[in-house]
Design a protein around this ligand. Sequence first.
Ligand SMILES: [Zn+2]
Ligand SMILES: [Zn+2]
Length: 128
Amino acid sequence: MTITKSEQGYYCKICGEEKQRATMQIVPVDCWSCGSPMKMALILVSGTWLGPEAFTSDQIELARSKSVVIQEQFSKTSESKYFANTCPNCKNFIGEFFIHEYLYLPAEDIDLGFVCGKCALKNIENLI
Ligand SMILES: [Zn+2]
Ligand SMILES: [Zn+2]
């Protein structure tokens, strides 16, 4: 069966941009603070890695269903709340700037289909 571009929702309904194939990675890591095993979730879309601060609520639910602990954190820099991968043991979280240290580890890949990378990045613009 051939799936047409419109059936896949190939263009973003919000900004009209072409959507990109996205993959969520569930990465088993050791907490940088207490060393406990934990899981973190990342999304790879159009060559960019996104942390939970850019996830939609559906994507956060998906990550949580894979035993990733995602909790709301407060950014003093931007004075806003955002979601982050959190250690279930010590409650420290993996900040945006440390995500690159965890890339390319063996991970469970989940195909998310097509998402709009432009809109996803808009979610985190205010935090950087
Ligand atoms: Zn968009
Ligand atoms: Zn910890």
